[in-house]
Design a protein. Structure first.
Ligand code: PGA
Length: 252
């Protein structure tokens, strides 16, 4: 499976900074051993998508509403993201689950909306530190997978037919500079693969499982070489084009 390196730009950057970052990623995107995806704020999706049109770099949103349209002040729908040039959307990121009290059921509804609009959903799962210390990491991730993924996640529900993507992001590793051991990452990714295969059959074997949480140029090679790690969801390091591209090179 060709790896995917996805940049989650979170709530960072001006119009000019987003354009400069997109331009630098575009410049370095040729000949990499990974596919690239960048996910700017809603405000920057359209401009970044037009800067990256015709390049190898895809664009995604960081969330979408479960409804296609309606009276939902401040929200953005999946068809709007698609119209603005996005092909993917991150859903259920732990910051959304925390800041906006998003439940697994809400994430599932959003993933259905994304697929119906032809967007590839990137659904995030991952345990908190307390859950890991309590030996609950696998149970938490199993519940999130069971309840956040719609039945059409394997691709049958999406007009594009593309399979959804999982991002395993231990909450305590996000933005902290701490990562699980390679053995722990490998074990959790293997566990996720088993759950996907049990639910989606052969399609589950072919779904990408990204690792996210303090991925950097210095640790990317070892993490990306682990079995069932099919790419990365990169926050902080994706804001520096050279670091993001170095991570993508480490996927080879
Ligand atoms: P980080 O963020 O790379 O800054 O830890 C990852 C994410 O939240 O997607």
């Amino acid at each position: 499976m060709r790896p995917l390196i996805a940049g989650n730009w979170k709530m960072h950057g001006s119009m000019a900074e987003a354009a400069a970052l997109a331009g630098a990623v575009r410049e370095g995107a040729a000949g990499l051993p990974a596919e690239l995806l960048v996910c700017p704020t809603f405000l920057h999706v359209a401009s970044v998508a037009s800067l990256l049109a015709g390049s190898a770099v895809a664009v995604g949103g960081q969330d979408c509403h479960a409804a296609a349209k309606g009276a939902h002040t401040g929200d953005v729908s999946a068809p709007m993201l698609r119209d603005a040039g996005a092909s993917h959307v991150i859903l259920g990121h732990s910051e959304r689950r925390t800041d906006h009290a998003e439940t697994d059921a809400a994430v599932r509804a959003k993933a259905e909306a994304a697929a119906a609009a032809g967007l590839v959903p990137v659904v995030c799962v991952g345990e908190t530190e307390a859950e890991r210390l309590a030996g609950q990491a696998e149970a938490v991730v199993a519940r999130q997978l069971a309840e956040s993924l719609p039945d059409g996640f394997a691709g049958t529900g999406a007009p594009a037919g593309a399979a959804g993507i999982i991002a395993y992001e231990p909450v305590w590793a996000i933005g902290t500079g701490r990562t699980p051991t390679e053995a722990d990452i490998g074990a959790l990714h293997g566990f996720i693969r088993e759950r996907l295969a049990a639910r989606f059959g052969a399609a589950g074997q072919g779904m990408r499982i990204l690792y996210g949480g303090s991925m950097k140029p210095g640790n990317a090679k070892a993490i990306l070489a682990l079995p069932n790690v099919d790419g990365g969801l990169v926050g902080g390091a994706s804001l520096v084009a050279a670091d993001f591209l170095a991570i993508a090179r480490a996927a080879g």
